[in-house]
Write a protein that binds this ligand. Structure first.
Ligand SMILES: C[S@@+](CC[C@H](N)C(=O)[O-])C[C@H]1O[C@@H](n2cnc3c(N)ncnc32)[C@H](O)[C@@H]1O
Length: 314
């Protein structure tokens, strides 16, 4: 069961009852500027702005990516302040011991972690989504031929999902689990703990056909992450930056209750339809194993669009 709200999550959080949520799985705007109405307008008209259109590789179109290296020092500080105020708004509505998994980008990770720590969250490391990204690895701009053996930044092969915990309120984790149902993470199976590395490909075209959003995350990854958030399988998961509803769909597929908030009216009006379709994909996959099986994939409908080129790992 899920509910959706077309609202600014900061304001919305401040109007929620204390201790309403048991976990947070979110993919927030990292650099803050990329989801302002002005930048979304530029993205939708193909005018670029902070949304860099990567050059074609081997004739294949590549989706726009936000360009975080353009952030000024003041904008970087804004990221830290943004996550501090996000953490402060979130803290009272969570039960003690609730975990939050927050998607980030390696270059801005330290700012997000510092902001959340200032708001009172414990920084509990990060889960690395290993994927074959196109970000980074470029030669110096306009001097590519002069410096053929140089790359300005490493080619990106991971996306950190930063892990935070609201401090527990009881004397032990076990006591917190009994009282609040939180304080720890759910194992994949009794024998297999939840890991901090998840091998995850690009979001499949099939899912992109359904959830049209520039930063759509894959169901495979989200179901593994969402499942881990409720250690005894009870409670409500919050996604305060819902986008296409992929997190809510993952919770639906697992059988968890969830609440989504999305500011943008265009994305919001598509949410119910995309959640319903995304949640019905891979009906045998509830995030309790590390990979989709060949049967999960072959039983899914075929994608309409041609897969974009898959980058190599190195
Ligand atoms: C990175 S995207 C999430 C994409 C999502 N993970 C998916 O797979 O579709 C962040 C979303 O947060 C929304 N957003 C930005 N600021 C917001 C705010 N203050 N309150 C609620 N939503 C906001 C944006 O419109 C955008 O859809």
């Amino acid at each position: 069961m899920y509910t959706l709200h077309n609202a600014d999550s900061f304001e919305w959080l401040r109007s929620q009852a204390p201790h309403s949520f048991h976990g947070v799985l979110t993919d927030p705007p990292f650099g803050i500027v990329e989801f302002t109405p002005e930048e979304l307008g530029k993205l939708r008209s193909g005018k670029g702005g902070v949304w860099r259109i990567p050059p074609k590789i081997g004739g294949s179109e590549r989706a726009p990516l936000p360009r975080f290296t353009t952030l000024t020092p003041a904008e970087r500080e804004h990221v830290r302040a943004y996550f501090r105020s996000f953490g402060e708004a979130l803290m009272p509505v969570l039960v003690p011991g609730a975990h939050a998994l927050v998607a980030g980008t390696p270059m801005l990770q330290y700012l997000v972690q510092d902001g959340m720590a200032q708001a009172g969250f414990e920084v509990r490391g990060a889960v690395m989504r290993l994927y074959r990204g196109f970000r980074g690895g470029d030669r110096p701009k306009l001097a590519e031929e002069e410096f053929p053996d140089v790359c300005v930044t490493p080619r990106g092969n991971y996306e950190p999902w930063m892990l935070f915990r609201k401090p527990i309120a009881e004397r032990t984790v076990a006591a917190n689990l009994r009282k609040w149902k939180t304080g720890a993470l759910r194992r994949l199976t009794a024998e297999c703990p939840f890991p901090d590395i998840i091998q995850s490909g690009k979001t499949p075209c099939l899912e992109e056909d359904i959830g049209e959003h520039p930063t759509l995350k894959p169901q495979h990854l989200l179901r593994i992450l969402a499942r881990a958030l409720l250690p005894v399988g009870e409670g409500v998961v919050l996604e305060p930056f819902a986008g296409s509803g992929s997190t809510i769909a993952a919770c639906e597929a697992i059988g968890y209750d969830s609440v989504g908030v999305e500011l943008d009216a265009h994305y919001f009006q598509k949410l119910n339809a995309s959640i319903e379709r995304l949640s019905r994909l891979y009906p045998n996959f509830q995030g309790d194993r590390m990979a989709l099986s060949p049967e999960d994939v072959s039983a899914a409908p075929k994608a309409k669009r041609v897969p974009a080129m898959q980058a190599e790992f190195f």
